[in-house]
Ligand binder design. Structure first.
Ligand SMILES: [Zn+2]
Length: 355
């Protein structure tokens, strides 16, 4: 097995490596331009690389950067697979690699998108009132303070840790990361309507999955769980067909709703509505979550990032250190980390192929 390359330093480098690998693999490539630019004025877009017949009834979809910055890992895994492991693809399966579903977040080294929206809180039913999170409302100023001096960081972190003592970790995780729809500058914000990547995903699936009969989706995430460990997380209840199909492919899949996962129960996860994306097909979605650092370090990076983009200057002098903080929380540049993630991803993908 060839050693996996280190994580790319920027979105543009990751994108170029992916496109080079996809081209060499003979994939058919389609690019969808994003309307905004990256921090170095670089163009942004979603790149789709497809192998296999477009009318194949069996499709495996691999998605990176639903949570922007988490795409440095996902991109590396996609590129390594395209470069070295194509021979593992059964000829009758159409394999679709979607590179950077949230390209803005990946380029700006943010988990969220151009609207400060967490894409996995944005797939709620927008014809209904949004979920309320009154506990978040009560602590919004502590989670996302308008000032980010060392004094305010210290004071608000102590207040949050005191709340963990009062509420317990599980409730705290659920209040802070479960999703909220009333504080656009806060963390885990779900938005005020479907965002650009949300529209794109629905449109692409409608246009491209009509002849699919079976669709397996692997959505690559980072930032939760033990270092380098790839937990498989399903968004639906155990017992539901979508979850049970996932467990048949991957016996160690956990359900976020069963309380046995590293993730809190969240609203608006796109995998939760994956069956709507290909209504004629049997859809089997799974999230793979590679651990990095501890939860407090992750949350501190997200709070700093929310401050930078909500109250500070994302192109100013505070930006490089905060971007580095977010990157290290979600994309470990130690080559041993991605080398640990790779064999797990390979096994998960092989199981999706039925090999
Ligand atoms: Zn994620």
């Amino acid at each position: 097995m060839s050693e996996i390359a280190p994580l790319s330093p920027t979105y543009s480098v990751a994108r170029a490596a992916f496109l080079t690998a996809a081209t060499a693999a003979g994939a058919s490539i389609t690019t969808f331009d994003h309307p905004l630019r990256g921090p170095h004025d670089e163009a942004l877009g979603i790149d789709v690389a497809e192998l296999g017949r477009v009318d194949s009834p069996a499709v495996v979809l691999v998605v990176s950067a639903t949570h922007g910055v988490e795409g440095y890992c996902g991109s590396a895994l996609q590129t390594h697979w395209l470069t070295h492991h194509l021979s593992g693809r059964p000829a009758d399966i159409r394999v679709v690699n979607i590179h950077a579903l949230n390209p803005y977040g990946m380029a700006w080294v943010r988990r969220v998108n151009e609207d400060n929206v967490d894409l996995n809180r944005n797939f709620v039913d927008w014809s209904q009132p949004v979920p309320s999170n009154t506990d978040y409302d009560g602590i919004a100023d502590i989670v996302g303070p308008a000032e980010w001096s060392s004094e305010s960081q210290q004071r608000t972190l102590e207040a949050l840790l005191a709340l963990v003592g009062e509420w317990g970790f599980q409730k705290m995780q659920s209040v802070v990361s479960g999703g909220q729809y009333s504080h656009p500058k806060g963390v885990f914000y779900g938005g005020a309507g479907p965002v650009w990547s949300h529209h794109w995903l629905r449109d692409w699936c409608t246009a491209n999955l009509s002849s699919a009969e079976r669709v397996v989706i692997i959505d690559i995430h980072t930032g939760l769980g033990p270092w380098g460990h790839g937990e498989l997380i399903g968004s639906t209840e155990t017992g539901e067909p979508m979850f049970e199909r996932a467990r048949a492919l991957w016996p160690d899949a956990t359900s976020v709703l069963a309380g046995d996962s590293v993730s809190a129960v969240t609203a608006g996860d796109w995998l939760n509505i994956a069956d709507e994306l290909a209504p004629h097909a049997e859809v089997t979605p799974i999230c793979i979550e590679f651990g990095t650092v501890d939860g407090v370090t992750v949350l501190q990076s997200l709070r700093a990032d929310a401050w930078l983009h909500g109250h500070g200057d994302p192109t100013g002098t505070d930006a490089p250190a905060i971007r580095a903080q977010v990157r290290s929380a979600f994309a470990d540049d130690d080559p041993a980390w991605i080398a640990t993630c790779w064999p797990r991803f390979y096994d998960v993908l092989s199981a999706a192929f039925g090999t």
